[in-house]
Write a protein that binds this ligand. Structure first.
Ligand SMILES: *Cc1c(COP(=O)(O)O)cnc(C)c1O
Length: 448
């Protein structure tokens, strides 16, 4: 399978090129050139799901089988199998929370948010492809806190890859800083005396620097990377198979489901649409946002007006100009009418988010995080307006990561998951640099 840039359909590259590019040279994002129909394969997964007891093994099977149909022949069968084996060490889980509402829990990975899935697949792909060529790469990441830790954890201990993370000194939370600075081995944390914008600027300048790019094979691991997008399609397939296999689907009329996706940059939702393109029986996707609602607004009015984001309780979704909108537009041929046939937008306020958390706790005893709560409120609204389908809500983070908000809503303090508790006791190691390119450059040239 080959991939093309959203800005030029004649710019066609293979998987390896796409993941090491990140962004296409013309500024576009990569998408598959076509979509093999995998309906039969998916039906097979439903059958297999009826008798499995090891969820991680089953998920690995899905990742392997689907990747074999997407990545070959440019990536060999043998390489695809190694990538699948290396990338899967945790799985999603499906849980019923109401009569027709289910959660697809995506927070059982090392940093307890769904970004672990994409980061782990990208890391495994890069590790296998670099090792087989005997090459090395250095990944540069700027982070404002949370997203960097998923990348750091996913690349930790990988062969042939080093990771350099830039974060703004004194501007990330205590837990986030611990997550970024306690790993060691092939992960280096640079504490920049400046803001997140400085960190981003330094990374951009480093990529444009001729001397650096001649000395070091620099690459990125942004959330727009195709190697993070593709694997996010896989858990929709897992969710569907587990849902039907558990007999839940019998209540559904036509064996199709609706997914509700709490969205910011819309990578998660775009990945869901890929699974639908491959033949997953999806009735509809609910695009749930907080009040940063440019996409629901577009679905309503047909006008896309990106703007500066507003701070909310579901802060990983505070995005005013979602990067994957460019992919969505291309997938739907720039037609809002076509997009409306599959996507429904719902915007949710902070007040509703808090009452959503409280309501789930009151009715099922379960604590959910504010991002998942945005999905829950959107789903309640969808069902209340007379829709009769079954809805699977993507649960994007562990409630323990957002304990202040969860406590405010319920009076209960959620436990921090063990993997996160562990890092708190470890020692911080970082290198402090000035917010200028010469400091970053001299560090990189000395270190690598
Ligand atoms: C990143 C993130 C989102 C938003 O996902 P997108 O792919 O950017 O739409 C939602 N919830 C959590 C917890 C996240 O970390």
């Amino acid at each position: 399978m080959k991939f093309f840039s959203t800005r030029d359909k004649n710019r066609i590259v293979d998987f390896k090129r796409a993941i090491f590019d990140g962004l296409a040279p013309d500024g576009g994002l990569y998408l598959p050139v076509d979509y093999p129909n995998m309906r039969e394969l998916f039906e097979g997964f439903v059958e297999r799901a009826k008798s499995i007891d090891n969820h991680v093994e089953f998920y690995r099977e899905i990742v392997k089988e689907v990747s074999l149909r997407i990545l070959t022949p440019e990536v060999s069968d043998e390489q695809v199998k190694r990538i699948a084996n290396l990338s899967v060490s945790f799985s999603p889980e499906v849980r019923a929370i109401g009569d027709r509402t289910y959660l697809l829990e995506l927070f059982h990975g090392p940093t307890c948010a769904f970004k672990d899935f994409g980061a782990s697949f990208l890391a495994s792909s890069m590790e296998v492809l670099l090792s087989d060529e005997g090459r090395r790469a250095v990944i540069l990441v700027a982070t404002s806190g949370d997203t960097g830790s998923a990348v750091a954890r996913a690349f930790y201990g990988r062969k042939n890859i080093d990771v350099v993370i830039l974060y703004p000194s004194g501007r990330v939370s205590y837990l986030q800083e611990k997550q970024l600075t306690t790993l060691g081995k092939n992960i280096v944390a640079l504490e920049v005396k400046g803001t997140f914008d400085d960190c981003q600027r330094l990374v951009k300048e480093a990529f444009m620097d001729r001397e650096l790019s001649e000395a070091i094979n620099l690459t990125s691991a942004n959330s727009i990377n195709l190697g993070r997008l593709l694997p996010q399609a896989y858990y929709y397939i897992f969710g569907y198979a587990m849902f039907l296999a558990d007999g839940w689907g019998e209540k559904s009329k036509d064996l199709s489901v609706t997914f509700c996706v709490p969205s910011g940059n819309f990578g998660n939702l775009t990945a869901g649409i890929l699974s639908w393109k491959w033949g997953l029986p999806v009735k509809r996707f609910i695009a749930a946002t907080n009040i940063n609602d440019v996409v629901p607004e577009y679905l309503e009015s047909g006008i896309f007006s990106p703007r500066v984001s507003v701070k909310t309780l579901s802060n990983a979704m505070d995005v005013g100009n979602p990067s994957n909108f460019e992919r969505l537009k291309v997938i739907f041929g720039d037609s809002v009418v076509k997009m409306r046939e599959l996507l429904l937008g719902e915007a949710v306020s902070d007040r509703e988010t808090l009452s959503g958390i409280r309501e789930v706790y009151d009715t099922s005893g379960l604590l959910i995080d504010p991002h998942t709560a945005v999905g829950y409120v959107a789903t309640k609204r969808y069902i209340a307006s007379g829709n009769e389908d079954m809805v699977i809500i993507l649960s994007t983070a562990h409630p323990g990561k957002f304990s202040d908000t969860v406590e405010r809503a319920t009076g209960v303090i959620p436990e921090l998951p063990p993997t996160l508790k562990e890092v708190l006791s470890q020692e911080k190691r970082s290198v402090i640099i000035e917010p200028d390119i010469s400091s970053l450059k001299s560090f990189l040239l000395k270190h690598f």
